[in-house]
Write a protein that binds this ligand. Structure first.
Ligand SMILES: [Fe+2]
Ligand SMILES: [Fe+2]
Length: 297
């Protein structure tokens, strides 16, 4: 049985973490690997989706939540992420890194359970799920998942905060969902550190091959989002993936794009602030947002 105090402790522990070892840590070193793997493992919040309480919602809150066009894509994204991370974990022989990746994949699986509980609690109707296929190139799949999370979480954090501040999401629901959002912050932190570390394990020619793969991953992600923005149905999948970009309009939150970007930037900082300062931080999305911010009033 989880008491209030143990829940609060677990919540604090998942957001605030320092590595045991003191001093400078070189990116790519064994100490760096220890640091980002331990961060993920030590900050795991052991909440159980089965005992989560889904607050009773007022009729209009219920209507707002059930009519959001995000539930199918959310469930499918988590299902795919779990499979992709797990597939990559299976290729890794380093015990600590593998343990951390298995935890990452396990948390994705738990997100899917949380979402299915929510869907069930509020009577949201879902499309039948497509079959999930094991990726042919697990490293590619892991890169796609990692970079997708960097993009989607950045907007997701801002939108979640906006939905909270405007009361679009009732406070009880915000509270229930909060650990899931924080888990995504840990995942992107883990991912950007893994990339930084992994690059330094490669010889010059392996590095070349890897950077080419990263470029192809980005091309794929951009193509996926453009295709979806045009309304093309990508094999019946991902039809809501541009939600991150147009989400504030879809959920009817009265917010300018610049306000939303500011909120994304602030939330991105807040959510990753409590972890060891020696860990690399995600920089691409904040940088792009700051550039965009100069042109948008
Ligand atoms: Fe997730
Ligand atoms: Fe994740």
């Amino acid at each position: 049985m989880q008491t209030d105090a143990s829940v609060a402790d677990a919540d604090y522990a998942m957001r605030n973490w320092r590595g045991e070892r003191l001093g400078r840590i070189r990116v790519g070193s064994d100490a760096h690997k220890q640091l980002f793997c331990r961060m993920l493992l030590d900050t795991h919040n052991p909440y159980k989706p089965a005992v989560m309480v889904w607050p009773e919602l007022s009729p209009d809150a219920l209507q707002r939540i059930t009519s959001l066009p995000i539930w199918d894509i959310a469930v499918q994204t988590e299902g795919r992420a779990q499979l992709r991370v797990q597939a990559y974990a299976n290729t890794v022989s380093d015990p600590l890194l593998r343990e951390a990746l298995v935890m990452d994949g396990g948390e994705e699986a738990r997100h899917k359970v949380v979402l299915s509980k929510l869907v069930e609690a509020y009577g949201i109707r879902l499309e039948p799920e497509p079959a999930y296929h094991l990726p042919k190139d697990p490293e590619w799949a892991w890169l796609v998942t990692g970079y997708s999370e960097c993009v989607d979480s950045f907007f997701g954090f801002g939108l979640f905060e906006a939905a909270k501040r405007t009361g679009y999401f009732p406070p009880e629901l915000v509270e229930t969902f909060e650990p899931v959002m924080q888990e995504e912050a840990r995942h992107i932190l883990f991912f950007v550190n893994w990339i930084g570390w992994y690059r330094r394990q490669l010889s010059w020619w392996q590095r070349l091959v890897f950077e080419f793969k990263v470029a192809r991953v980005w091309a794929f992600l951009i193509w996926e989002r453009i295709g979806i923005a045009r309304g093309l149905d990508n094999n019946g999948e991902m039809q809501d993936a541009n939600f991150t970009l147009t989400g504030h309009e879809q959920i009817g939150i009265d917010l300018t794009l610049s306000e939303l970007l500011d909120m994304c930037l602030a939330e991105d900082r807040r959510r990753t602030d409590g972890y060891d300062k020696r860990l690399l931080r995600p920089t691409l999305m904040p940088r792009l947002a700051r550039i965009a911010r100069r042109f948008i009033r």
